[in-house]
Design a protein around this ligand. Structure first.
Ligand SMILES: Cc1ncc(COP(=O)(O)O)c(C=O)c1O
Length: 358
């Protein structure tokens, strides 16, 4: 028998969250200004939710962005005809034929990719975004190298090998307005006088610096589309941002443990009971965490409700402060917090019914 664990995904929530992003931008934009278009980031199999399942919701965005060529092809085969962006571009010369066949736009972050375009000479002009490294230090041309890369791209375009040339970067700390302002300065200087669409903002930058995001051409929300707050410390909840969870998990408790005061729970006894505590264990450790977490560590875009049917009592889990569901007054955050949940989610017995009604 498979584990008693059931995940339900909600494409309509993703569509709602795209609309929430647009509303946030519209509220921050100058009156009459045109709004940025939205690349829905559906990398890592739509953050573990399943690309094909989420496509009906994601298709309310203007374009889809991901890492894997194979995922881009899946989107086309599922019927998506709009823009597709590969956030890491292509990896070897043979990829360029796939980009051409499926009309994919590519981020170009390294000179070797310009070399591949020069040697393969695609028959159709390829649309690209040049990527600037503004401090994340993962991908992108250094600011001092950016103009040379742009000039090379212009030369390729003059030969009919490239189409549009946009400009992109990715914030290391999108949730910090100071960081966003600092990076915007680097970006503006590096791309000065260069025409082309500009795309900078992920979820955190959209909600943390909406007036700035509203002045760009394309935004790239990811995690918020699945209903999780992009703010690491949970300072602003998903609910306060108007986001809806795109996944619900339902299960049953498979064990009950009674821990005496001083007893440890879980790996490394990260939680030590302050008094006698009742715990339930839910059959959703790593596999569940993988499902909801791939790859950014935001496992909290799910609601969890469990029913200890054998004991006839009801348990509800509040594993994280950023769990997007409104918390019943009687439910308390798990003292293990988020750290525990990727190992095993634990449940606190709620107070007696009389206390629940108070
Ligand atoms: C280049 C790029 N843009 C946008 C995103 C979306 O980021 P987030 O999920 O924080 O909104 C990602 C995700 O990692 C990314 O790599």
């Amino acid at each position: 028998m498979p584990r008693p664990l059931h995940a339900t995904v909600f494409p309509s929530a993703l569509a709602h969250n795209v609309a929430t992003v647009r509303r946030c931008l519209a509220q921050a934009a100058e009156p009459g200004a045109s709004l940025p278009r939205v690349w829905a980031v559906i990398k890592a199999n739509a953050y573990g939710h399943g690309i094909e399942r989420m496509l009906p919701g994601a298709s309310s965005a203007d374009g889809l962005a991901m890492l894997d060529l194979e995922e881009a092809v899946r989107c086309r085969e599922a019927g998506w005809a709009g823009p597709v962006m590969l956030l890491e571009g292509f990896f070897e010369p043979a990829d360029l034929a796939v980009l051409e066949r499926y009309r994919l736009c590519a981020v170009v972050h390294d000179a070797s990719q310009l070399d591949m375009i020069r040697s393969i000479r695609p028959r159709q002009p390829l649309d690209i975004y040049l990527k600037l490294n503004t401090g994340m230090n993962r991908l992108g041309f250094a600011p001092g190298r950016y103009r040379a890369a742009y000039d090379e791209a212009l030369a390729l375009r003059a030969q009919g090998l490239l189409g549009s040339i946009g400009h992109a970067t990715h914030f290391a700390s999108g949730d910090s307005p100071e960081h966003v302002t600092h990076v915007a300065g680097i970006f503006d200087r590096a791309t000065l006088d260069m025409p082309g669409a500009r795309s900078l903002c992920n979820s955190a930058a959209i909600f943390g610096s909406p007036a700035f995001a509203a002045r760009t051409d394309w935004v790239r929300p990811g995690i918020c589309l699945y209903g999780a707050t992009p703010f690491d410390d949970g300072a602003v909840s998903a609910q306060a941002l108007g986001l809806r969870p795109a996944m619900a998990l339902r299960s049953t408790l498979i064990a009950e443990q009674h821990v005496q005061a001083g007893g440890g729970v879980g790996y490394g006894a990260r939680f030590v009971a302050d008094r006698r505590r009742a715990w339930g264990s839910w059959p959703a450790a790593m596999p569940m965490a993988t499902l909801a977490m791939r790859p950014p560590a935001h496992p909290w875009s799910f609601m969890a409700c469990a029913r200890a049917s054998s004991a006839g009592c009801r348990w509800t889990c509040w594993p994280s402060i950023s769990n997007p569901y409104p918390r019943p007054r009687w439910a308390r955050p798990s003292p293990c917090g988020g750290r525990m949940a990727c190992r095993s989610t634990r449940w606190l017995r709620p107070p007696a019914r009389s206390a629940m009604n108070s």
